[in-house]
Design a protein around this ligand. Sequence first.
Ligand code: GDP
Length: 532
Amino acid sequence: MSQSLIVFEPSGKVLHQVNNKISPFNDLIYSIVNDSHTELNPGFYTTLASQKRFYALKKAGIYAAVYLDVVTTLDSDKVRQCLLDVLRTYTVVTEEDETDSLKLTKLIDYQFNQLTKLKTGAAVTEKAPVAEKSTKPEPKEKAKKKGAKTMRKWVNGEMVEVQESSILDYSEGKGDSTDAFSGAEEAISVDNSNFQRRDDLVLVSELQDILGEESDEDEDAPKTMTSTFFGKVSSYFGGAADINDVSKKFYDQLISKNIAPPTATAILDKIKANIGKKSVTVTEFKLVLTEELTKTLTPNVSTDLLYDIKRNSAGKKRPYVISVVGVNGVGKSTNLAKLAYWFLQNNLNVLICACDTFRSGAVEQLKVHVNNLQRLNANSATESKIDLFEKGYGGGDHVVNTAKLAINHAQEEGYDIVLIDTAGRTHSNAKLMAPLKKFGDAANPDKIIMVGEALVGTDSVEQAVNFNNAFGNRRNLDFFIISKVDTVGDLVGSMINMVMATRVPILFVGTGQTYTDIKKLSVKSVVDMLTR
Ligand code: GDP
């Protein structure tokens, strides 16, 4: 089967490649240079050459491109999303540490494998819309037509034809006019089987399968002891060995899973101190490490949050206020919308407050989410309501005033929860971080949730610490939501980095781009992944 992926500069210089097959891409580069390709979306090209279908996506001056057998039928939207993920991965990892080619290869290989699995119809992390499970209110003319339908949309000031999409990527139109967010017309895919019912509560299920997926090559191979890290290290030492030597092997393993070097050192120093002897077997060491990692990740908080909110509603105090913070592009508004959907399923009334009054397009982006959620809610058996509260754009006290007005409005109109979106900001820029304290003091949220990306490695420590400290001495973050876990395979170390640095628990992980793509963390499977 012929397929490959590269990341390259407009000059033709290849920055990263999956497989060694670069030469076929000459046909694609030729078509781009000679303008003989088709532009499917702005910056997203396709061409056909030498029995291959090529796709290329250009963003921030670099291209990611794939080719697949010409007989392959794959929704170009899925290809585009994969290339977007790949470019983002490339940028994040190389900005963080341009020498970490192993991490880059692992992440991009994983993303490419996910795409090629879609092609072969194998089980994949990305769910195809499932007709019988979907509660989407399909307009009759759209029902049953999958994938290839095109629609018109304003993007960057021009009308373009795009493929109908069920994902929640409204970031394309950021910074444009409201029309860019005409996604409200699109079909919405949700899979309520991601939730479980217990008594009268709808609960988010535990993450089981996604993280454990293996790459294509490994899929059929039985998991023997010698194929795992643990097996290899056990046979390397043969029996008891110097604890520092054993620790060194585990250090390399933790680093390879995206755990930041200082975090890995801190964990392993603690393990060595706990064991307290010079000689140790790999089994003993792993046992103590497993216990420590499990303890670090364990708090099971999601059910408590729901009870907390329900209790608050019964007490008829002010609405429960949750604000979401994080750096730009990590998935704040998407995951805020996922929370809103979950709350609606629990018959709670939700007011979403647009407090990113800074970035042009942010309010409209939330409007799309709220429209989608209203449509979904109208077609479900719930008795809840959702609306958007916004006062447009502005600086200074505008954010704080908007939040206060929203909370008052919610109280008057019988909303149980106010979900406040905040502007994304660079965690290392003190000037941008400072307003968070003022916002926290004025809105006094019941919970502050930071959305962090699973993709980020070493930088996740500083991100988590800076956001945790941003609200002053008396206030911390309450939870993390770790987004895009579906894009990192078993490189799950960022979770450990963030939790270790702050002791803030993980509420949920984001596993995709639909409103039901949130999961509770399975501590056991994450710890297994880090130590097996
Ligand atoms: P914000 O700028 O932080 O508000 O980020 P957005 O909510 O606009 O999300 C940025 C991009 O990340 C969008 O394309 C989302 O669809 C995507 N995204 C968010 N969460 C996830 C997730 O859990 N998995 C994947 N694959 N994509 C996600």
